[in-house]
Design a protein around this ligand. Sequence first.
Ligand code: NI
Length: 256
Amino acid sequence: MIFDTHAHYDDEAFEEDREELLAQMESAGIGGIVNVGASVRGIRASQELAERYPFVWAAVGAHPDEVGSLDEETLQWMYGLCQKPKTVAVGEIGLDYYWDKESHELQKQWLIRQLEMAKETGLPVNIHSREAAQDTFDIMKEHHAGTTGGIIHCFSSSAQMALEYVKLGYYIGIGGVVTFKNARVMKEVAAAVPLDRIVVETDCPYLAPAPNRGKRNSSIYLPLVIEEIARIRGVSAQEVEEATWENAHRVYKKLQ
Ligand code: NI
């Protein structure tokens, strides 16, 4: 079975056929999905999906683009949701200097506070980092390393940086990008990171793997990602599927 460690089924791209699509997951070999919160609305919707579907779990967190809407009251509400049995992670949290919607200081401040929330509630984290590789790494190292672990989602930095995160105890999330012809660095990452530290993810509705690039993504396309990782590493797809399933259960401890 395949485990999708990072999805956004609350997205409006699934408005028309969410139920039909999720009903197909089991027969498509998708055994588990973590629906990741990004905004206050997304956090709430992730909880609803986790309550409704036995194979869906939730992550609670505010994306760096959304931290401007956070306050103490919202943070307390999030702490409460972290205690729910089906909340398995804090995320997605991080830094995004590409969209740069909020000041770097505000992004860093809320990343650190949400890392503290993860530590205090015993949950691993799901980290988003875009064009902010060094700042993200420095904060992770100083404020979180050696605590509750987690996944560096949609990893997009160098293979060397991936191995630095592995040393700190993190897992590397690989998705559709690894299948793109020009994704040289991502293919290097898939080759360099030990197989017991790789998890697969969609980030759907975004980042559909080739040959569906540009289309709406869903967990049903994950075999394409697994096959590409297997090809790069010279192992069977079955081996990658089993390893990434086990890894997902090791990092998201509440699944066990
Ligand atoms: Ni995401």
